[in-house]
Design a protein. Structure first.
Length: 324
């Protein structure tokens, strides 16, 4: 007699398989979510590295690029953007005066003149823009830059001995010696963009405001801890692409780029809060002050801005009869 036993093998039920598949699916989805984040972070790192390289190249170019400037009734031969700015905007230039600053490169430096004045063989100007306001890298054309020069001063900021002469000619000579020191060194802000695109805002009002004390009341105007903040207020509907993280510039004032840290709409106007107080306004004794602007732009293509210092070498290479 043969004893036959039925073998019982354990197996997964359909419910168990579904649960296991669901857990596996969650793991796969979690990994897939990391890919776009990683790609975005990689792109951000590449842009940051390229921006640093572009800014370094821009500074090198502005230090050594030669120019032969024959405009504004003068002839200057030399090298370096700071030297050319001194030639045009220094005390003996036809556009002289501190009131002309800040100066934007390339559009204020080259203006409507032919590019042969300042040949940018490796960094051609984007001639498609009305303001000629950026320089494009031919090797990586998606990247471009501009530079904002402000007067930095230099040695000899105090008048020389006997500055206030009674003799007019002697006073004038010393005046030019002293005043020209302001045009020897420049603080330069180089802004680098990727696939630059300007968002036209047009008219707007820039406000500088002083926050009130937590318990109520205003801070004393002499209080160094008085918190100040700024915003741009726009009546006409601005481009919807302007969001937190966008950058705003007031081209009326050739201002820095300001980051947008807050966006709100009060039913009639749009408010863009800036990341720091606007430098073009003086609050004085008021709790707020404002200025109307006609040329406000924004962009989402600014990678970063870098600040450096450039000095004019015009005295060493000036070929004209005018001396500083």
């Amino acid at each position: 007699m043969i004893n036959m036993r039925r073998s019982h093998k354990s197996a997964f039920s359909l419910v168990e398989l579904l649960i296991a598949f669901f857990v596996l699916l969650i793991g796969i989805l979690a990994v897939l979510v990391l890919f776009p984040l990683g790609l975005r972070e990689s792109k951000t790192m590449v842009d940051a590295s390229m921006a640093a390289i572009e800014a370094r190249n821009a500074r090198s170019m502005m230090e050594v690029e030669t120019f032969n400037y024959t405009g504004d009734g003068m002839t200057k031969l030399g090298y370096g953007t700071a030297s050319m700015i001194q030639a045009k905007y220094g005390p003996k230039g036809s556009n002289s005066g501190l009131a002309n600053f800040p100066v934007m490169f390339p559009w204020d430096v080259l203006g409507g003149n032919d590019d042969s004045i300042f040949p940018l063989t490796s960094r051609p100007i984007d001639c498609a823009t009305t303001h000629r306001d950026r320089v494009i890298d031919v090797n990586t054309p998606q990247y471009s830059w501009d530079a904002r020069f402000t007067v930095g001063g230099g040695p000899g900021l105090t008048p020389p001995p006997g500055f206030l002469y009674s003799n007019a000619a002697a006073w004038q000579n010393d005046y030019f010696w002293w005043f020209s020191q302001y045009f020897k060194y420049y603080a330069v802000q180089i802004s680098v963009y990727r696939n630059f695109q300007a968002l036209t805002v047009g008219q707007g009002t820039v406000w500088l405001r002083a926050a009130q004390k937590s318990g109520g009341g205003d801070y004393d105007v002499t209080d160094p801890n008085r918190p100040l903040w700024s915003e741009v207020v726009v009546a006409n509907q601005p481009p919807s692409e302007i969001v937190v993280g966008s950058a705003i510039r007031i081209r009326d004032d050739k201002s820095d780029w300001y980051k947008v840290t807050g966006v709100s709409y009060d039913g009639s106007q749009w408010h863009f809060k800036l990341d720091r107080p606007y430098a073009g306004l003086n609050l004085g004794s008021a709790t707020s002050t404002s200025a109307s602007k006609t040329d406000v732009i924004a962009t989402n293509t600014l990678i970063d801005s870098f600040t450096t210092l450039l000095g004019s070498q015009l005295d060493d290479i000036d070929s004209s009869t005018s001396n500083y």
